[in-house]
Structure formats: structure tokens, C-alpha cells
Design a protein around this ligand. Sequence first.
Ligand SMILES: Nc1nc2c(c(=O)[nH]1)N=C([C@H](O)[C@H](O)COP(=O)(O)OP(=O)(O)OP(=O)(O)O)CN2
Length: 231
Amino acid sequence: MKAKATSENSLADEQITISERFDFSASHELRLLPDSHKCHRNHGHNYSVTASALVRDGARESLSALGDYLAETFDHRLLNDRVPFHPTCEHLTAHLAEWFRDTIESAAPIMLVAMVVSETTTTSARCDGVTGEITISKTFPTGHGDITLVLGADDLDEFGFVTDFGDLKPFAAHLRAVGTDEGLRRAGPALVAHLAHWFVDNLEPKIRGRLVSARIESGTTTGLWERGGAA
Ligand SMILES: Nc1nc2c(c(=O)[nH]1)N=C([C@H](O)[C@H](O)COP(=O)(O)OP(=O)(O)OP(=O)(O)O)CN2
């Protein structure tokens, strides 16, 4: 009898997080960038949007309304015609988080945990459902594992970027350097702190973003570096 009561109590406190991914294709022009920047020109992406939400009171509301909104509003369209802001993935994720709160959260016992917009398989932006913090993520595939950097900033710049993904290219060059490649081959994910420190010392002073975390995934092994709170 007592055991049953305990089980009922723990069920009363249960939390369920559901995540759903939706894909759409669209083009955009980042017109606030200089004419010489390749992303000023019209170009397309196969976007994917993943919403994660905490479902309360036992309800398991479908997030399909988000999929309908994305399909109707953005699929096979020019994003510049559809939104009143510079259509970067940072701005899109903030817009979708706000849409989610206004449309789904206000009508059901459901709370947004995170909204992630991926422009490509290696670039994405995330809006935290609770704090509203926006981070970007870029993955660098290497022969010794995938390295993913997550960057944040106090606010977005005039283009709507944490920092331009293109500004991270020196990190890709560093990974290709003979010494780094050899280090990765030998140490694999154990090299994660070394690479994070290289980024903070050499690249961070030249860009706008701040490294929040770095992850190396190599086969069955993962190394994760997270910045301390005082940073
Ligand atoms: N912080 C952001 N930076 C950039 C965004 C963005 O939304 N947020 N968007 C773009 C462009 O849309 C562009 O298509 C993608 O840029 P980039 O990663 O530089 O381009 P590629 O995928 O072609 O990467 P390469 O490494 O040049 O192959 C730009 N930046």
C-alpha cells in the first residue's frame, strides 16, 4: 500500500519533454551584409527546425501546428518576403520561439524548452525557451571526429548574428594544421580542452561571439568542454 503511494507521488511530479523536427526549403538574401559577402546574394537552404517542449499535466499535445506554420509560411519561399527582420538563423529561431509561446504555449499545458533552427547540417542557432538566450553552433568534421563549437553573445550584432559563421574559418584551418591533426589522431576527444583554449586565446579576441562549449565526438567517445561561469 505504502509503495503504491510513493509511486503515485513520483508520477505526480513527472515531467515529459517532447521534441519534434520539421524540415522545409527556402531561400534568403542577407541584404544588410556588404555586397561582396556571398550571403548577400540569393541562396537556398534545406532548413530543419526542432522544437523541444515540456508537456505538463499528462497532456501530450502534438507540435504539429508548428510544422503547419513552417510549411505554409516559409516552404519554397523567399524568407525576406515573409518576415520583417534580417532572415538569419538567429532571428528565425527567436521568431519561432515567440510564435510558439503565443500560439501553442498560450493554448495548452506545454512549455518551450528550446527552439533550434539548422541552416545546414553543420550550422544552427538555438533559442532557450526559458531564458531566451540565443547561441549558434558550428560543426567541423575531421578525420578523427566531429568538433562542435557553441557560441553566445550578450545580444546579436547589426546583421542579426552572434558572429558570422564565416568568421570561424580560422578554426577549420587550425584543425587542418599538421600538429593539430596529429594531436587529434593520438588523443581524440581528450584534446577538447586544448582546442577550446586555442579558440579562446587566438580567435575569440577577433570575433564577436564567446565560446560557450566545445564537443568532440569520435566513434563511441565524446569529449565535452564547458566554459566556467565567471567567463
Ligand atoms: N551567425 C550566422 N552567420 C551566418 C548566417 C546565419 O544565419 N547566422 N548565415 C549565413 C548564410 O546564410 C550562408 O548561407 C551560410 O554561410 P557559411 O556557413 O559561411 O556558408 P557555407 O555553408 O557555404 O560554408 P563554407 O564553409 O563557406 O562552405 C552566413 N553566416
